[in-house]
Each structure stands twice: as structure tokens, then as C-alpha cells.
Design a binder for this molecule. Structure first.
Ligand code: C5P
Length: 228
């Protein structure tokens, strides 16, 4: 289950990032580097984090096709295991990204569908997410970022191997904060999410390792219940 858990390292600097990595150790398989940390510390820190964990570079590229393709190439050169673009960029942008990714077969290319913080109605989100997921699949991407609530429909429409990466994970009465379409780690596993992204419930916990362990226990129990 560690290999399905991604911790969003949304901290402000290298020291905090390395301290969090140290606290979590091998309890989690993936570290997600997003805008805050990347803007502050850049590729050097990514190289450092790569030595112990798989890395999801979550910069949500959204620009003209040529620029996005070049950014995907740079991510591939950096050696990250997963990178994402925004599906709102349209078909030609997604195809250019997928083309650029071909030189880096080990790297997964994922499209953000609709932000899990977007306040649009659940029905509208479901439709838009599904449309964008099918577009991403048709353009040759490996999967999408979506909420737990959309995973089953995406798997049905795009196939079981099409990856779903789900942020908006909350449990035990935790505050949803700016997230809207939230669900627990157990439900995420039950519906077949491939990767769970967890940020503040772990980062802001008094004991981040214990919070990660708690999520992992819920994930394991849900997986066991499925296989019974
Ligand atoms: O703190 P929290 O668990 O809400 O963090 C979720 C992480 O997932 C953040 O780093 C956020 O940028 C990222 N994310 C998201 N929704 C998306 C794509 C990424 O919340 N659609």
C-alpha cells in the first residue's frame, strides 16, 4: 500500500521537505512536489528527494502545445516518475505532451481533470471529469487526477489500466479545508484509485508518521475486504 500513497510535500523550503522525508521514511512510496516547493527550491531538491522516493512533479502544465511539450521533456530529463498537465489545455496540447513523453517511457503522464477544490456541482464535475479523462486517454496519456467520486466511472469508460490519482483525501472528521470533493482512504481503495495524494492531514498532524500509518491501515483493510 505504501506504493499507492503519495504525500504532497507542500512545505515552504528544503529543510522542511527533508525533515518531512526523514520523518516519513519508507512508510510512503511517493513524494509529490508541487508549486510551492518547486518554486522555492527548484530541480536540485527534486534530484535529492529522488534518491529515496518516487517523485510526482505536480506542476499542472497548462500552456501552448510547444511550451508544454518542452516542459514535459524537462521533467523527463529531471528523472521524475510522474508529471502532470491540465486537460483544460485541449487535445493538441495533450497530444504534444504525450509525444514528448515517449522519450521517457518510465515516466507517467497524467492530466488534471477538474480540481478537487472546484465548487461546481457534483453532477457537472462528473460529466466534465469523464469528458476530459476520455480525451486524455485518446491523446495517449497514462491517466488522470480526479476525485475519488469519479474513479469508478473513469475506469469503466477508459479501462482498468488507465491510472487515477486522487487528492481530496480526508478521514475521521478532518476539516476538508479548501477541498470540495473529499473521501476517505478506505473509499479511495474500494473504488480502485491507483494513487492517493494526501497533504495536510499528514503534514499538519502532530505526528505525521502516525497519520500516514493510520491512512495505510484504512487502505489495507479496504483492500483486504475487496479480496475476500
Ligand atoms: O492538503 P491536501 O491533502 O488537500 O493536498 C492535496 C494536494 O493535491 C495538494 O498538493 C494539491 O495541490 C494537489 N491537487 C489537488 N487537486 C488536484 C490536483 C492536485 O488537490 N486536482
Amino acid at each position: 500500500m505504501q506504493e499507492r500513497l503519495m504525500v504532497a510535500l507542500d512545505v515552504s523550503n528544503r529543510e522542511q521537505a527533508l525533515a518531512m522525508r526523514e520523518r516519513l521514511g519508507s512508510a510512503v512510496g511517493w513524494l509529490k512536489v508541487g508549486l510551492r516547493l518547486f518554486v522555492a527550491e527548484g530541480p536540485e531538491l527534486v534530484r535529492q528527494l529522488k534518491s529515496t522516493h518516487r517523485i510526482f512533479l505536480d506542476l499542472k502544465f497548462h500552456d501552448i502545445p510547444n511550451t508544454v511539450a518542452q516542459a514535459v521533456e524537462s521533467a523527463g530529463g529531471l528523472g521524475v516518475d510522474m508529471v502532470n498537465v491540465h486537460a483544460g489545455g485541449g487535445a493538441s496540447m495533450l497530444r504534444a505532451a504525450a509525444e514528448a513523453k515517449k522519450d521517457f517511457p518510465a515516466m507517467k503522464l497524467i492530466a488534471v481533470t477538474v480540481l478537487t477544490s472546484d465548487p461546481m456541482s457534483a453532477e457537472r464535475a462528473r460529466r466534465l471529469v469523464l469528458d476530459r479523462a476520455m480525451l486524455a486517454r485518446d491523446c495517449g496519456l497514462d491517466g488522470v487526477v480526479c476525485s475519488v467520486h469519479e474513479v469508478e466511472a473513469i475506469k469503466r469508460a477508459c479501462g482498468r489500466d488507465f491510472l487515477t490519482v486522487t487528492p481530496g483525501i480526508r478521514w475521521a472528521g478532518q476539516d476538508a479545508q479548501d477541498q470540495k470533493r473529499v473521501a476517505g482512504p478506505d473509499m479511495a481503495v474500494r473504488v480502485g484509485s491507483d494513487f492517493l495524494v494526501i497533504g495536510r492531514p499528514i503534514l499538519q498532524a502532530a505526528d505525521p508518521l502516525a497519520a500516514a500509518a493510520e491512512a495505510l491501515v484504512m487502505m489495507r483493510k479496504a483492500a483486504e475486504a475487496i479480496s475476500e
